[in-house]
Design a protein around this ligand. Structure first.
Ligand code: PMP
Length: 358
C-alpha cells in the first residue's frame, strides 16, 4: 500500500519544518527573550490559576484577552482574535483566504511559514526579492499589488530574518492600492523604531495584523498570540479558527503581563541596547559584515562559510545561533538575537575566538 498516494500533492512536495534543537549553553537562535517571567509573578499566576476548574472547557473563542486588548488599543473587542501563538493565526488567516490558484504575494527573504501554508493551500506564490540592503522592494510590491483584485499579501515588519521594517506610508499606500488582504506580521513590533499599524484596521478592512506575546513579553513557552482586523474581517476569519486553542493558563498569564507593561518596556529598551552593542563590537572584527536591524535580532556574516561558523560556535563555544544561509539572498548569513549582558558578551567573544582560530 502506498500511503503517500492519500496525501495532497502540495504536502508531498514540502520538506519538514525543523528548528535546530542542539542543546547549547548560550541560546540565541529563536529570537526569544533571555528573561523569564519573574518568579513571584509566576507564583501569583499559578496560585490564582489553581482556583479555576480544569475539568471544564474554556470559552470556545476567548473573550477576556480581546476585551482587555480592546481597552488598551481603543478598538472594538470584535477586532481581536486570540490563539495558541501567532503561528496558528498565520494558518487560520491563510485558510480563510487562499484556495487553489489564489495569488499570494510574499516579499523575500522572509519567515518561511508564510510560503509553506500558502503552498499547502494551493496558492500561487509570487515572490519579490529585496534590494541589496535587504530592504523590501516597495515599488515592485506596489506594482504587483495594484493588479491584485483579491488574494493575500504577507509582509513581516520588522521582518524575520532580515530585521528590516517598512514605513507606515508604504502600508497605507499598499492598503489603498489593492483588493487583496494585507497580512502584516508585527511579531517584533515592540522592538521597532516605527509605530504599529494597528490603528489602521478601523479604516482599512483589508488589513490583518498579527501580534504575539512570544518575543517582547517573554512568553514563547506558553503560546499566545492575537490577530487584529476590522470586525467584518475577523468575522470571516473566526469561522475557520480551531475552537478552544487558547489555553486558559496562557490567556490568564497574558492578562497578568499586560498589568506589568513597565517591566517589559524596560526589557525591550535593554535588549535594543544589547543588540546595538553586539552589532558595534562585531562590526569591528576583520571581515565581519552586519545588517542593520529594527528588531531584537540581526544578521551577520564572517569570512568563514556560514555553516562552518555555525558549527564552530556551537561545538567549541556552546553558542547556538540560526543558520539562515539557505534563505534566498542570505548565502553567507547567520542570525543572532540579543541576549542578557553575559550572553551577548560571550557571543561576541566566541565569534572573535572562532575567527582567531580559523
Ligand atoms: N511571525 C514571525 C515573523 C516569527 O518570527 C515568529 C516566531 N519565530 C512567529 C510569527 C510565531 O510566533 P508565535 O510564537 O506567536 O507563534
Amino acid at each position: 500500500m502506498d500511503v503517500k498516494s492519500n496525501f495532497r500533492k502540495s504536502v508531498l512536495d514540502l520538506s519538514p519544518y525543523a528548528v535546530s534543537g542542539h542543546p547549547a549553553k548560550i541560546k540565541l537562535n529563536q529570537n526569544e527573550s533571555p528573561f523569564d517571567i519573574p518568579a513571584e509573578l509566576k507564583k501569583e499566576i499559578i496560585e490564582e490559576f489553581s482556583r479555576i476548574s480544569w475539568n471544564r472547557y474554556p470559552e470556545v473563542f476567548s473573550t477576556a484577552l480581546p476585551k482587555r486588548l480592546s481597552e488598551i488599543f481603543d478598538l472594538p473587542q470584535e477586532s481581536f482574535i486570540g490563539a495558541n501563538g501567532s503561528n496558528e493565526l498565520i494558518y487560520t488567516a491563510a485558510i480563510s483566504i487562499v484556495q487553489d490558484g489564489t495569488d499570494v504575494l510574499i516579499p523575500q527573504p522572509t519567515f518561511y511559514l508564510f510560503e509553506k501554508i500558502s503552498r499547502i493551500l494551493g496558492g500561487n506564490v509570487i515572490k519579490v526579492y529585496a534590494d541589496a540592503d535587504l530592504n523590501f522592494d516597495v515599488s515592485k510590491i506596489l506594482e504587483i499589488a495594484r493588479t491584485m483584485e483579491r488574494g493575500l499579501i504577507i509582509i513581516g515588519s520588522p521582518n524575520n530574518p532580515t530585521g528590516k521594517s517598512v514605513s507606515r506610508e508604504f502600508i497605507v499606500e499598499l492598503l489603498k492600492s489593492t483588493g487583496a488582504i494585507v497580512l502584516l506580521d508585527e511579531a517584533y513590533i515592540e522592538f521597532s523604531e516605527k509605530p504599529s499599524a494597528i490603528d489602521l484596521v478601523e479604516t482599512h478592512k483589508n488589513l490583518v495584523i498579527l501580534k504575539t506575546f512570544s518575543k517582547a513579553f517573554s512568553l514563547a513557552g506558553l503560546r499566545i498570540g492575537y490577530l487584529v482586523a476590522h470586525p467584518e474581517t475577523t468575522f470571516e476569519i473566526l469561522k475557520v479558527k480551531i475552537p478552544f486553542t487558547v489555553n486558559p493558563l496562557s490567556e490568564f498569564t497574558a492578562l497578568k503581563l499586560l498589568e506589568h507593561r513597565d517591566l517589559f518596556e524596560e526589557r525591550i529598551k535593554f535588549l535594543k541596547q544589547q543588540r546595538s552593542m553586539m552589532m558595534d563590537k562585531l562590526s569591528k572584527l576583520d571581515g565581519v559584515k552586519i545588517i542593520d536591524s529594527d528588531s531584537n535580532f540581526f544578521l551577520f556574516s564572517t569570512p568563514l562559510p556560514a555553516s562552518k561558523m555555525f558549527e564552530e560556535l556551537l561545538e567549541r563555544q556552546s553558542v547556538l545561533v540560526r543558520d539562515v544561509s539557505s534563505y534566498p539572498m542570505l548565502g553567507n548569513y547567520l542570525r543572532v538575537n540579543a541576549g542578557s549582558k553575559e550572553e551577548s558578551d560571550y557571543f561576541v567573544d566566541s565569534v572573535r575566538e572562532c575567527l582567531r582560530r580559523s
